[in-house]
Ligand binder design. Structure first.
Ligand code: BG6
Length: 486
């Protein structure tokens, strides 16, 4: 299967925070891979901006080192890398002061798409937006890209939105949630709306419940400064998990375009019930043997921030009333695994008499690792001995089904950065969507604070606190195992 790569139009992409972690780990390697595949045109340029005393040559060396570290060896072509580096330059710039702005204004070209990536803390968004405006660096079609965390709560998100709105139209603001750029997440929409098979069953009449798990094995050492103020609720649930929930729960949009899709997602967020305290479990990993505890990792022995959260969530509308969504995410869990499992109900009547206890069909959408989908179906166990039923998976791992192309699934940032250049906002969050997500999240976090709830300790590399299991057990359900297998 030959891949079709359509080059985007020429652009100038300015990366504020050009020497930072995100730029080195994600943005620059993603641009290189798009260049290597022929999607970033020869006439595109990247301008890194930061406070460091660098020049073009030393910045290119920094970029080269980042590519060495973060691009797979088989994709590193020395000649290609040299050509890619020629498109990169550096401007020393002070976001809040005057240094570098005039030079930047002279550097960006007329007649090409201008994009400005705010790869910096939200505290600098206002200064960047104002300076871009003041120095007339943006034109009517300029795009800005902003990263999460988009605010800390509803109030701060509103403030950020209004600061950006002073200089930019909503249609020029690209709020990244990199989960939306993941290939399997987009596939979720293709599967739901590109097949007749699933949609008739996609509702409370046929779905018993839905499980969304984003489990990680890593701890938070090295990013305690940020994480300890955020916790799993702000870091993962308010954004990534909320987006997954929306894509599963939303009504079919009439077209796959940015406003139609985002309108439907917004309706889901607004239909979420407040979460009762008994439907929430917070956890924090403890020390075991040589594995440091969360508190040690963040260097705060009194921290009460959660590194794990599990909850039962209800979407109150015609489609979903009666079907709970179970969300769970955490650090230092048994395996790195993100999946969505649609747990269908049992058939209403068994014609086969008494069978050993069995569940209904399950559709698992696996985000990582080993992207793919599995549909568990019930069949007859082969061989003599009567009618015994077993469940077998109809397995579609993308790597196998799509051959080389499947194995070469692009990083979320590759897709998202190219969408910015193409001017396609479908996979970015709209301002009202982010605010609605905070409006639902805030009472949960405030409730913990007001009640003085402490997170429950859990062992590293476990499935989280026992109470998370009870959350399901009390309703006669159970979580799928966290494991590396699909
Ligand atoms: C980030 C969070 O947004 O997403 C991290 O800040 C988390 O805490 C990461 O580890 C997970 O992303 P991915 O793509 O590795 O699942």
């Amino acid at each position: 299967m030959a891949s079709r790569v359509i080059p985007v139009d020429p652009f100038d992409l300015v990366i504020f925070g050009g020497t930072g972690d995100l730029a080195r780990r994600k943005i620059l390697p993603s641009l290189y891979r798009r260049y290597r595949d022929g999607q970033m045109p020869e006439d595109a340029r990247v301008i890194g901006c930061a406070r460091a005393e660098l020049d073009d040559r030393s910045y290119r060396e920094l970029v080269r080192a980042a590519l060495e570290e973060f691009v797979a060896k088989r994709k590193r072509d020395p000649e290609m890398i040299d050509r890619f580096l020629q498109k990169i330059s550096y401007i020393r710039l002070d976001a809040t002061g005057t240094v570098g702005w005039k030079e930047l204004a002279k550097s960006v070209r007329k007649g090409v798409i201008r994009a400005f990536y705010f790869s910096v803390g939200p505290g600098l968004f206002a200064a960047l937006a104002q300076h871009l405006h003041q120095y007339k660096i943006t034109d009517a079609e300029a795009r800005i890209v902003v990263e999460k965390p988009f605010g800390h709560d509803l109030k701060s998100a509103r403030e950020l939105n209004s600061v950006l709105a002073q200089s930019f139209d909503e249609r020029h603001i690209y709020r990244i949630d990199h989960y939306l750029g993941k290939e399997t997440v987009q596939n979720l929409m293709a599967v739901r709306f590109g097949n007749i098979l699933f949609e008739p069953l996609w509702n409370a009449q046929y779905v018993d419940h839905i499980q969304i798990t984003v489990a990680e094995t890593v701890g938070v050492a090295g990013r305690g400064g940020y994480y300890d103020k955020a916790g799993a609720m702000r870091d993962m649930v308010q954004n990534h998990m909320m987006q997954l929930l929306c894509l599963i729960a939303m009504e079919p949009p009439s077209v796959f375009d940015s406003d139609a899709v985002r309108d439907e997602k917004l309706k889901v967020i607004r239909a979420l019930d407040p979460v009762a305290p008994e439907d929430l479990v917070r956890g924090q990993y403890r020390r075991e043997g040589d594995i440091p505890s969360y508190q040690e990792d963040v260097g705060n022995p009194d921290s009460t921030t959660e590194s794990f959260v599990a909850m039962e969530v209800h979407v109150s509308n015609w489609r979903w009333t009666g079907t709970p969504f179970y969300l769970r995410t955490g650090k230092r869990l048994r395996a790195r695994e993100s999946e969505i499992a649609i747990m269908f109900k049992d058939p209403p009547h068994s014609i086969f008499g008494r069978q050993e206890a069995r569940s209904g069909n399950v559709l698992v959408i696996r985000l990582q690792p080993n992207e793919g989908m599995v549909l568990n179906v019930t069949i007859k166990e082969p061989g003599p001995g009567g009618m015994r039923l077993i469940e077998v998976p109809l397995d579609m791992s993308f790597a196998e089904a799509l051959g080389e192309e499947g194995a070469d699934i692009p990083d979320a940032y590759e897709r998202l950065i190219m969408d910015v250049i193409r001017g396609n906002q479908t996979l970015f969050m709209r301002g009202d969507e982010v605010e609605a997500a905070w409006a639902w999240t805030d009472p949960i976090i405030n409730g913990w604070e007001e009640r003085g709830d402490l997170p429950l300790p859990y062992d590293p590399f476990s499935s989280g606190p026992e109470d998370a299991l009870m959350l399901m057990h009390r309703k006669g359900r159970r979580w799928r195992e966290i494991s590396d297998d699909l």
